[in-house]
Design a protein around this ligand. Structure first.
Ligand SMILES: Nc1nc2c(ncn2[C@@H]2O[C@H](COP(=O)(O)OP(=O)(O)OP(=O)(O)O)[C@@H](O)[C@H]2O)c(=O)[nH]1
Ligand SMILES: [Mg+2]
Length: 502
């Protein structure tokens, strides 16, 4: 990184305001940074391509076409225009060094570089990817970092951008390629002849371990995808319980209409919020009840769908209604019950109407148990449930208990979706599987890899050709996540790991 006192106008014209200090970063073309892997064994496996390469580097052979990154130098302002404290101009390409030299004090007349042009969106990152300095997961991490709106999203993005996912998947792929090399060797030489025994079993053991890791990555409660896209939370319950009041409390503004008239909310109202560092898309819904009103009926149907499509839900009930015996004609209580799932939390609202003191011994969890049938797990165990807190008593109008609810709910969300902990459907803490998958494409490729590894394990030592094919597909599927689908490294592994012709 270099500091310049003055930049040529051609480089400054994209900045709306001239700043007293401008910083210039530059990187040589990616081809300069690439190192050529030289392996004596590998070179013995000569291919037409390498012969062609050799001749290209000798005196009179044909020259390889140069890439755009080798031909053109690109530049762009990489700090926010008009807002950054300093202006940083980024330059990359074959003339980057010369541009910097020309712009160093003492100032020289504005130089003209025929290969210099403004960078296209994402072009520096694209060059870094093509040059092998970033893989696809790091590129995606960088993009997510720019878009991150909550602390959870930022942490997830930083991990990907710093190469944590790349390292995990590269190791996984290396293990598959290693197993493939063993199976390929069997195809070429046959067990018990030129190479040692137990090779196929060794490959099977390796694949079994890889398969367990892939299954762990897939069994992640979709935490990565939800952290990126936002956790869908639906508020539901009977009319007039305080659902819209809860939305307004969480949003800290009068986003939804609140009136004492039951059936006020008709349509879905959704907002994006940050709860405990996690991105949450929260939806207020119509109160569930039997009605002949056509518009309200549509609203209630939408409410049901919203709850069923949500990742998590909060059922808001009026404490006064729960504690008073239901009238024989009332069937309204059943409407919310049908939507309760293991991912439902409860806010027992309007505690002020019971004139409870803050030290009241009314236990929300016990109240909840009296309302709902026992969960199958607790019933089978016949012991006190160890489920984490799922119900809170509060008054949204007086504010009593609301902070405890917010803290408890944020902790429950983090236990379920945060990066540092996870929970099963009932909210119990489970063993942590690392978050590797942040996009549907990652999941698709890893599922494909899982399928090929499973098929491989069905084959025996007599089916080595078909078995090898499955491993090749599995390696390719994992490589598609990171963007590494070079089959040449299979040859590397063959020559590195085996003493052929002992
Ligand atoms: N006493 C008391 N009233 C409350 C409390 N929370 C909300 N209310 C009142 O209850 C009424 C209904 O509140 P809403 O938030 O509109 O209830 P809702 O569940 O969204 O109702 P619908 O949209 O009709 O389904 C309003 O008059 C609120 O002011 C509370 O904690 N205590
Ligand atoms: Mg409402």
């Amino acid at each position: 990184m270099f500091t310049l006192n003055r930049l040529p106008p051609s480089l400054l014209h994209r900045s709306p305001k001239a700043r007293p200090l401008h910083t210039l970063t530059f990187s040589p073309p990616s081809c300069i940074r690439r190192t050529t892997r030289t392996s004596p064994l590998r070179s013995s496996c000569s291919s037409n391509f390498r012969r062609h390469q050799r001749s290209a580097h000798t005196s009179s052979g044909p020259t390889l076409p140069t890439s755009d990154a080798q031909k053109s130098t690109i530049y762009a302002l990489s700090t926010p225009p008009g807002r950054g404290g300093v202006g940083i101009i980024r330059i990359s390409g074959p003339d980057a060094l010369q541009v910097w030299r020309k712009m160093r004090p003492p100032p020289t007349p504005t130089p003209t570089f025929p290969t210099l042009r403004p960078a296209a969106p994402g072009e520096f990152t694209r060059r870094a990817f093509l040059g092998g300095r970033l893989d696809l997961t790091q590129v995606e991490g960088l993009k997510d970092l720019i878009d991150a709106e909550t602390e959870g999203q930022r942490r997830l993005a930083v991990r990907a951008a710093e190469g944590e996912v790349r390292a995990q998947l590269s190791n996984l792929r290396k293990d598959v390629v290693h197993a493939l090399a063993q199976v390929e060797a069997l195809i070429d030489f046959g067990e018990g002849e030129e190479i040692e025994e137990g090779v196929f079993e060794g490959a099977r053991e390796g694949v079994q371990k890889v398969l367990e890791t892939v299954r762990g990555y897939l069994d992640d409660h979709r935490r990565g995808e939800l952290l990126r896209s936002g956790i869908k939370l639906a508020i539901f319950g009977p009319p007039n319980a305080g659902k819209s009041s809860l939305l307004n409390f969480l949003a800290q503004r009068e986003a939804a209409i609140v009136t004492p008239i039951p059936g006020t909310t008709r349509d879905i109202l959704s907002l994006s919020l940050d709860i405990g560092g996690l991105p949450v898309i929260i939806s207020d819904t119509a109160g569930l009840r039997k009605t002949e009103d056509v518009v309200e009926k549509i609203g209630i149907e939408r409410a049901r769908q919203a709850v069923q499509n949500a990742d998590i839900s909060i059922c808001v009930l009026s404490l006064a209604d729960i504690l008073s015996p239901p009238s024989p004609s009332s069937t309204d209580t059943d409407h919310w019950r049908t939507l309760v799932s293991p991912a439902t939390f409860f806010l027992l609202n309007k505690s002020d109407l019971l004139l409870l003191s803050p030290t009241s011994s009314l236990d929300p969890e016990r109240l909840l148990k009296s309302l709902l049938p026992p969960s199958p797990v607790s019933a089978r165990q016949g012991t006190e449930s160890t489920d984490p807190q799922k119900a809170w008593i509060a008054s949204l109008s007086s504010g009593t208990g609301t902070q405890a609810f917010l803290n408890g709910f944020a902790a429950a969300l983090n236990a379920r979706y945060g990066l540092s902990a996870t929970a099963d459907d009932a909210g119990r803490a489970t063993e942590l599987n690392p978050v590797v998958i942040t996009r549907a494409r990652h999941r698709d490729h890893l599922k494909a890899a899982q399928g090929h590894l499973e098929v491989f394990l069905e084959y025996g030592p007599n089916d080595v050709v078909l078995a090898a094919e499955e491993l090749r597909y599995a390696a390719r599927a994992i490589g598609k996540v990171t963007g590494a689908i070079d089959v040449e490294d299979i040859l590397d592994a063959v020559f590195r790991d085996f003493c052929i012709g002992k």
